[in-house]
Design a protein around this ligand. Structure first.
Ligand code: FES
Length: 150
């Protein structure tokens, strides 16, 4: 009888060990694959958004870059404003409630369609309700290519 109990105990432990080994072999790579997009989105990286030669001096130009949100890719609009060899990048997301601002050539301002917020061509608040300027993205120009850090 003691021998049977030992065999059962051994069999249970062997099955548990095999199950753990199978879980480790298949589970760890599967978990890494599922978590990768979420982890990747937390890392800042330089993303190309245009070329310096195509930007007109002091003329905001709308461009987009792609971000991964979970399993989806989303286009994020921003505005690039060239000043000589430098480029200012402004988020197109209104700082009041997140609507998309649009650049108006006639007034040289960014206007928010949701609650009437107005920003200057450098992103400063001209008319509320927004209480802070448009967010700025870090930029760099490498071999004529404009990149933003996102
Ligand atoms: S979301 Fe832009 S003014 Fe409210």
């Amino acid at each position: 009888m003691t021998e049977q109990v030992d065999r059962r105990t051994f069999a249970r432990k062997a099955v548990a060990a095999i199950g753990a080994a199978i879980s480790a072999v298949f589970g760890i790579p599967a978990a890494a694959t599922m978590l990768d997009p979420a982890l990747r989105s937390k890392r800042a990286r330089w993303t190309p958004v245009g070329t310096l030669s195509t930007l007109e001096e002091a003329q905001p130009q709308r461009v987009t870059y792609e971000v991964a949100v979970g399993w989806e890719k989303r286009e994020v609009p921003i505005y690039l404003i060239r000043t000589g060899q430098d480029v200012l990048a402004l988020s197109a997301k209104c700082t009041h409630a997140g609507c998309r601002v649009r650049y108006a050539d006639k007034t040289d301002q960014f206007k928010c369609p949701c609650h009437g917020g107005i920003f200057s061509s450098t992103g400063e608040v001209v008319v509320g309700p927004p209480s802070r300027p448009l967010d700025r993205l870090e930029t760099r120009v490498t071999k004529g290519r404009v990149e933003v850090r996102v």
